[in-house]
Write a protein that binds this ligand. Structure first.
Ligand code: SAM
Length: 327
């Protein structure tokens, strides 16, 4: 089993399938001159599948495919089909910016994917263009509509709100999500990536988000018996939908964090904010047997960081962006 020194059991793996992205969200990537990994450095489908099978034997049950923008990975439905068939894996989700969903929602659904998180920070075309540095709002909304038609359930919308950029977007996003039956989740802005404007002043806390959203209709907490997810869940008292608040900064969930990540080039990260990575690709490509790779993962997980240290004196901002780590 994968248990760390704090007694946390790891059941959740985020798999980055590419570091490339077709948006340039200002808090994540620079506007130009982004250097992508050469193709030969990216794990192949065979390597990803083998790694997932191995960690499946160690207790990983849930996968989230991410990136970069995962929909940019060629033949992604083929990989999904292979991953959903792995017996240990009970749940496979994907986080995407939605730009490629019009084309890919159907094939991904047929491949066996059920759950989608779509990142969307505004419903205003001009603001979207400024935040993501691409004029793609209409494409994302069309992609969301296609995904809903194809039967993805649930569809969650992930929004990063900052006080100085898109605070006024919370209510329109919430109204849209209520109307369309999406679960809206607000993720606190974290000090990671290429945005150099992070300060606790621009972070919109869970508490503030609750006050703002409560203006639409009263919200009531949804009891979480196992409490292992990152989101605090609330439902609208009028019965029209649900929201989630992910308070990575003001209400960290490190104590019950049950996840690790593998980057597109095969580095295992035991925390989003890790400063140390564990090179799994070297073993995968170096002829190591499964047992050796399993032992390597067990040892890495045993040393999982107790917490992310945001706001503490010894906090170190990771040198990599969310896009290159796998957000
Ligand atoms: N391209 C996919 C997408 O847009 O969902 C997957 C990768 S993206 C890096 C994953 C998520 O990370 C997005 O929801 C994005 O908003 C979020 N993200 C990136 N930088 C962040 C930051 N500094 N703080 C909070 N969330 C961030």
């Amino acid at each position: 089993m994968l248990t760390d020194s704090q007694g946390r059991e790891i059941v959740n793996l985020r798999v980055s399938v590419t570091d490339r992205c077709n948006l340039r969200c200002s808090y994540c990537l620079p506007e130009e001159h982004v250097e992508w990994l050469p193709r030969r450095e990216i794990l192949t489908f065979e390597e990803i599948e083998r790694f997932v099978r191995i960690v499946g034997t160690l207790g990983v049950r849930k996968l989230r495919i991410t990136g970069g923008e995962p929909l940019l990975r060629k033949d992604l439905p083929v990989l999904v089909e292979r991953l959903v068939k792995i017996p240990a894996i009970e749940d496979v989700g994907m986080t995407t910016n939605g730009v490629g969903l019009e084309k890919l929602a159907g094939p991904l659904r047929k491949a066996g994917l059920r759950r989608l998180n779509v990142s969307l920070d505004t419903l205003d075309r001009e603001l979207f263009r400024r935040l993501a540095r691409r004029d793609a709002l209409a494409t994302v909304l069309a992609g969301l509509a296609t995904a809903a038609r194809e039967g993805f359930r649930p569809i969650k919308i992930n929004a990063v709100i900052t006080r100085d950029k898109n605070l006024e977007e919370m209510i329109p996003l919430a109204r849209m999500a209520r109307e369309k039956g999406f679960i809206l989740r607000f993720i606190e802005y974290m000090p990671i990536g290429r945005g150099d404007d992070w300060s606790d002043r621009v972070v919109v806390s869970n508490a503030e988000a609750l006050r703002i959203l409560g203006k639409i209709a009263p919200l009531e907490p949804i009891p979480e018996p196992d409490g292992t997810g990152p989101a605090k869940r609330y439902r609208w008292a009028d019965g029209k939908g649900e929201i989630g608040l992910i308070g990575s900064v003001t209400e960290p969930f490190c104590d019950h964090c049950n996840r690790v990540r593998i980057t597109a080039e095969g580095k295992l990260r035991t925390c989003l904010f890790s400063v140390k990575e564990h090179d799994v690709r070297r073993l995968l490509r170096g002829g190591a047997p499964d047992a050796k790779i399993a032992e390597f993962v067990v040892n890495a997980v045993a040393r999982k960081e107790p917490g992310h240290k945001i706001g503490k004196d010894d906090f170190q901002k990771p040198s990599r962006t969310m896009s290159s780590i796998g957000g």
